[in-house]
Design a binder for this molecule. Structure first.
Ligand SMILES: [Ca+2]
Ligand SMILES: [Ca+2]
Length: 621
């Protein structure tokens, strides 16, 4: 079958029907697809989306999902658009931004999810998202002003794979009434991905949107000129629209503070730098931090951003020169192949002891009638883990983490976050070295951010040459349940918790002042705060402290339901990746956290006072 496809280069669809200059409620969905599984990965969409999300947030847009939505597969993309469609009902301004691969096939433009793998034209309807669906959802929402942005003008990734390129560039989409459509480049051309971390288009768009005094047409005209200049004339963003009434300013009219025309319902502060920092501080993108510093470098948040940037750069070179003599004892391939479930190994003197757990299937999540469950634990679904893997017998200890830090001079967060309601506070002087209470070398390390946890497993991998990593959420729950289906590994009775785990208990109530506000269990486990790892019996797989002691970071991005989750035990790396999942509960706060199905998302940069690490290792690679 001959399939004609061209590169989708629609950049802006602006559905504009706007009668007043004062926007009351602005809602945006920002998507960046970089991590393609079957075609060329793209370097910049993730950074572009984070940059645009940051800019929009500073301009008063509430973001669907709380931030840029990165690397969405088809179910996640569908879900995000549906969610967006609901949230713009009754809003004054709706904005949709997409950066990633896009294709045009027989006059229709499609956004390409990261898992798309079409081999014939008929696959496209099921594996990609028709851009017209987005336009229809926005048209139907009754929004005064709708803006759709596709920075998707890259080379057709499926050329030569059954979807042939008929012509370069994109056919224009028909603009409905009150609609403006723009493209990252002129029809019949391919936009540039950029060489410095952002596409020229998104960089210019972010800078221009933030300038007060430019109405919607002046904004996109200025973006066009900026991109044309930046690319030596080879790329020129394109706009088409139907008549538009009223005036709209992203950053307010000239000489008027943007807040006067862009009130921000959920933001507690009127300071644009503070609001922007609130959504930027946990990014793992160097480009986003650099962009923040360019915009807000002369504020106090600029200093924080510079410190964060240094921290991030250091974490990325964390496994550089080694300073300690670490004795390796890595598994020979033959021994690794012969490993059986329950066997253990330890690949260096500083390495965690690993236990082999068997392949198998289990039901992930909790049933609707499970007491104290959260909605995000459903729907229950079967997960099959196809091969045995190795899981650390214990949580990573203070001594183990210290060796890593000293070996490569790693600068961990050196902060420690306490939760007060929905806010995180960082009392001065606390860190993994001193969380404010006594920790011996064989206690679990805590005050660990997801970034620290990743740096640690990265170091283990480099040190041993073996694939150490965090567990996926599914692997974690499989390992914690160890063949059981009850609320806890040992059954359903909460009063038995103290025999199997260090939890918020009567010992804490009697000895730890912080426990006054905890939701504690009725039993007594003998430990007010953390306990040395392995103080409690192992589960059926030979793993200790899966429940309680410290929360354990997993690889997965946060999604608020399991709809669309992988069923093969792999990590879910689409969704809100600025927040990752912790599992298992801890010594403190709330006994409801101790259930096998409990999921706790937290921002990647937060080193919580009960957040620690458990490592896994892939076998037989
Ligand atoms: Ca306890
Ligand atoms: Ca634990």
């Amino acid at each position: 079958m001959r399939i004609e496809s061209t590169v989708l280069c629609a950049t802006i669809g602006l559905l504009l029907h706007f009668d007043t200059a004062a926007a009351e409620r602005r809602v945006a969905l920002v998507i960046g697809n970089s991590g393609y599984e079957h075609v060329a990965r793209l370097a910049n969409p993730k950074n572009d989306a984070e940059l645009i999300a940051l800019t929009l947030r500073s301009l008063g847009f509430a973001l669907v999902g709380g931030g840029a939505q990165i690397d969405l597969d088809k179910p996640a993309l569908d879900w995000a658009v549906q969610n967006f469609s609901r949230q713009i009902q009754g809003a004054d301004v709706g904005l949709f931004y997409y950066a990633g691969h896009g294709v045009q096939i027989r006059g229709n433009n499609y956004l390409v999810p990261v898992n798309a793998n079409p081999t014939r034209e008929a696959d496209v309807d099921f594996q990609m998202l028709d851009a017209n669906i987005v336009l229809r959802q926005m048209e139907a929402a009754g929004t005064k002003l709708n803006i759709v942005i596709f920075d998707a003008c890259r080379n057709n990734p499926f050329a030569g794979r059954g979807l042939r390129t008929a012509a370069t560039g994109l056919a224009q989409m028909k603009a409905p009434e009150g609609t403006l459509i723009s493209y990252a480049t002129q029809p019949g051309n391919v936009a540039l991905d950029g060489i410095d971390g952002n596409s020229p288009y998104s960089k210019a768009l972010a800078e221009t949107m933030a300038r007060p005094g430019l109405d919607i047409f002046q904004t996109f005209n200025a973006v066009g000129l900026a991109v044309k200049n930046a690319t030596g004339g080879s790329q020129q963003p394109w706009v088409s629209s139907s008549p538009i009434s009223g005036a709209f300013y992203f950053a307010g009219p000239a000489k008027s503070p943007q807040i006067s025309t862009a009130p921000v319902p959920p933001a507690p502060s009127a300071d644009p730098a503070e609001r922007a920092w609130a959504v930027t501080q946990n990014t793992t993108s160097i480009a986003v931090l650099e962009s923040f510093i360019r915009q807000f470098g002369d504020t106090v948040y600029g200093n924080l951003a510079r410190a964060r940037l240094d921290e991030l750069k250091k974490s990325q070179v964390a496994v550089g020169a080694s300073r300690l003599q670490i004795v390796l004892n890595v598994l020979a391939a033959e021994r690794e192949r012969a490993l059986k479930p329950a066997e253990t190994f330890k690949e260096c003197d500083a390495c965690p002891e690993m236990v082999v757990i068997p392949a198998g299937s289990f039901l992930m999540g909790s049933a609707h009638n499970e007491p104290e469950r959260d909605k995000n634990e459903g729907p229950q679904h079967k997960v099959h883990i196809g091969t045995p893997l190795a899981v650390a017998k214990f949580e990573v200890t203070v001594d183990q983490f210290r060796i890593f830090v000293e070996d490569v001079n790693y600068e961990a967060a050196n902060r420690c976050s306490l939760r007060r309601g929905e806010r995180w506070m960082e009392p001065s002087g606390l860190s993994w070295r001193n969380p404010g209470f006594r920790q011996d070398g064989n206690h679990p390390v805590l005050c660990i951010s997801w970034i620290d946890a990743k740096a640690y497993v990265s170091w283990l991998s480099r040190k041993t040459g073996k694939p150490y990593r965090l567990l996926s959420e599914a692997e974690w729950e499989y390992a914690a349940r160890a063949g059981t289906t009850a609320r806890f590994q040992f059954g359903n009775n909460q009063a038995d918790l103290c025999r199997f785990a260090n939890v918020p208990d009567q010992t804490a109530k009697e000895n730890a002042p912080a426990a006054a506000i905890w939701n504690i269990v009725a039993c007594k486990d003998g430990h007010a705060l953390t306990a040395p790892v392995g103080s409690f019996p192992a589960n059926a797989f030979g793993l200790h402290d899966m429940y309680g002691n410290v929360w354990e970071w997993t690889e997965d991005c946060y999604n608020d339901s399991y709809t669309g989750a992988p069923s093969d035990g792999s990590a879910w790396t689409a969704g809100n990746c600025g927040r990752r999942l912790l599992r298992g509960g801890s010594y403190g706060r709330d006994h409801r956290d101790l259930r096998a199905a409990k999921r706790q998302p937290a921002p990647v940069g937060v080193p919580g006072i009960s957040f620690g690490i458990r490592v896994a290792r892939t076998l037989h690679q």
